[in-house]
Design a protein around this ligand. Structure first.
Ligand SMILES: Cc1cc2nc3c(=O)[nH]c(=O)nc-3n(C[C@H](O)[C@H](O)[C@H](O)COP(=O)(O)O)c2cc1C
Length: 191
């Protein structure tokens, strides 16, 4: 069955907690342009506490266990990465730090991912590069192209953080198509 489309489940993670976040809005928009066979659910990282090795030694918090499980079950992850002080946001790094522990049981290990971001003039380029550095040690497997850096986000989203720019929507569609192909390639499927 050369044309069979196998399913690809994706968990989306936004590095911004604000309700009108452009980055969370990008994830919502992604749900509207999924390629055939792909499903996307957005994970909530707002309840993940600050990483503390003493807390880890006593037992992982519920919110962390839930996030780890969702990531483990997903075929791929889609990260929406806001840029804070030329890097990724603390809440995103903190969530990654928790999920990566213990490294021998990290659900990030070998996980196919795509990275995108919406911001000001440089469209989160510096944050996305930093995120790729984090992906090296955690052994996530990012696609390199296409890139999705949404510049001038304030003009491309409405005040509630909903995407209103059709060219960004089209690039989002291309990114998701590339992620689906990447997952299927890693599975050893044709195409
Ligand atoms: C602490 C902080 C640092 C920021 N640093 C940068 C930065 O280095 N570069 C940039 O382009 N925007 C920076 N911004 C602006 C954010 O990228 C912008 O507020 C963006 O909309 C945040 O993403 P969100 O809309 O998903 O919440 C910063 C914002 C905050 C709150």
């Amino acid at each position: 069955m050369a044309d069979a489309v196998t399913s690809v489940s994706v968990v989306g993670i936004s590095g911004s907690l604000r309700s009108a976040s452009f980055n969370t809005g990008l994830l919502r928009a992604a749900a509207g342009v999924l390629p055939p066979g792909m499903a996307l659910e957005v994970a909530d990282i707002s309840q993940v506490p600050l990483y503390n090795g003493d807390v880890e030694a006593r037992g992982f918090p519920e919110a962390v266990l839930r996030l780890k499980e969702r990531i483990r079950e997903a075929d791929a992850l889609l990260f929406a990465v806001p840029e804070y002080n030329y890097s990724i946001s603390g809440v995103l790094k903190n969530a990654i730090d928790w999920v990566s522990r213990p490294s021998s049981e990290s659900p990030l290990d070998g996980k196919p991912i795509a990275i995108m971001g919406a911001g000001a003039r440089l469209g989160t380029g510096r944050a996305q590069l930093h995120f790729r550095q984090v992906a090296v040690f955690t052994n996530m497997l990012p696609i390199n192209k296409p890139e999705l850096l949404v510049m001038g986000a304030v003009e491309k989203f409405d005040p509630r953080g909903n995407l209103i720019d059709e060219s960004v929507r089209e690039r989002l569609r291309e990114l998701l198509g590339a992620l689906a192909r990447w997952v299927r390639r890693l599975r050893g499927e044709a195409g």
